[in-house]
Design a protein. Sequence first.
Length: 575
Amino acid sequence: MTTTRFTAVEALPKLPLGEMLLKRNLISQSDLDRALEQQSQGGHEKLLGEVLQQIGAVSEANVLEVIAEGYGVPFVDQVARIADPRALDALPRDFIEEHRVLPMFLVRDTLTVAVSEPANLYLVEEIARISGYDIKIVAATRSDIESAIQSYLPAANVFVIDDIYEDIDEQDFSIIERQVTEIADLEEVAGHGPVVKLVNYIIFTAVQERASDIHIEPDHHRLRVRYRVDGRLYEKLSPPYKMHAAIASRVKIMSNLDISERRIPQDGDFNVMLEGRPIDLRVSTMPGKHGETIVIRIIDSQNNRLSMDQLGFSGDTLAAWQSIVEQPNGVVLVTGPTGSGKSTTLYSVLSMINSPEINISTIEDPIEAKIPGINQAQVNQRAGFTFASALRSMLRQDPDVLMVGEVRDGETAGIVTQAALTGHLVFSTLHTNDATSAVTRMGNLGLESYLIAATLRGVLAQRLVRKICPHCKEPHVPEPRIAEALERSGCQWDTLYQGGGCGRCRHTGFAGRIGIFELLVPDAGILDAIASGVTLQDLRALVEGRGFRSLRQDGLEKVCNGLTTPEEVLSATSL
């Protein structure tokens, strides 16, 4: 019977921790005296190193490095950069997460493990017993170990990317010199440091630049990565083409997809922790002529939590919209194409009306932002949990306000209408080009005209246009046709502006986006017309005669106020 040996604590500290820190000039004598005094007042319940960190005298890494030196154990900084992800298989996942240890390397029969307590002999003995390998330990901070664990455990589906995205250098990618074809090779290469660093860098910079989507696209002997920022795509970087298979495999591993399947599309998702906040990413793969195209949708709840006055409403539209969303019952619709900001508008509404006295429930696909105090459910088409079935179940949960992500079919439309008739306030979205089209769309889904008229409280249509960059904003003389369109819109303007282009806006002249809106608030005459089955053309003529302001008119008013450009509004709206 063989015994498992390990290398752990080789020597006891030669000096107390305080003296060792003083000797290395990491703290002053006054720091030490203050920490010792606080420690004595607390009954020595806290270790000296913890007290020194609390008073800001020294960092966690400094304390552990000195302790490790005293025990003769190597100290490792930023273990995520140098650890081999394959070594994690040497210990059970539950053990790693419970004890916060990180298997780093397995060389022959010696397993190197990072621990934050190098003096814990019992833990090291347990690692040796469970793994069956000879053990060598190194010291690393608990935060470093936790970051690496979450980055390199794909089954967790949550990855911390703050600490391992830096120092991207294309020379690092030279280890991948051949086209990888075997599945075993793909799994191995996808775990290599350069691939992990590159994928983390792509995600990190996309979030930092407020991108909504990442496109990873192979072409003939070329690979490009593009970000969609403010509704427009631009190329961010072009990694070596031979890295495509490894990058694709890494993304698939993170989102629990089948890396061996490259002939059919796949959909998945995963989460990352960035700067302490969770970010959801939805992954879609599509086979193509030159390899799989990967699109990653970034759902950053921080970008979806805007107050009503930050969305771009004009004063009178905002007042009318607030009066609609405060109705006790009925249906309120928000319309527009994909990416027009409908979800952000609805989240701002729910945040505004959220109260401990009412029950607000949502059915979404997917949940794009989590709002405290609101019951949110996500549909699951594969499990048969559709908008309609979820809505039926949720109506038995005693809700006051409901938000249905989208009215996609007649069944959902019928349940939404019945919910409104029974005293609920229901918010939802439709894909129509303008506010009046939403009425005919509901009719096309099979609703009776009188039911639409009885429940409809308002329809908000919206688009997003890019805002002029405030750092390079400059006066601009419009073309004659643009000036005529502005004059016809009735807004007053002295000077128009455009962005000259600067480093802060990537020389586009634009930074961020703002909403343009049209709001249909049906009065008694309009409701009577809807109930009688009015045509779309007649309904448009009716609302225009009541001072209705269209999307284009609202957008051109923002042009005259110096917020955006005429070209942005004209390209986003129709006459």
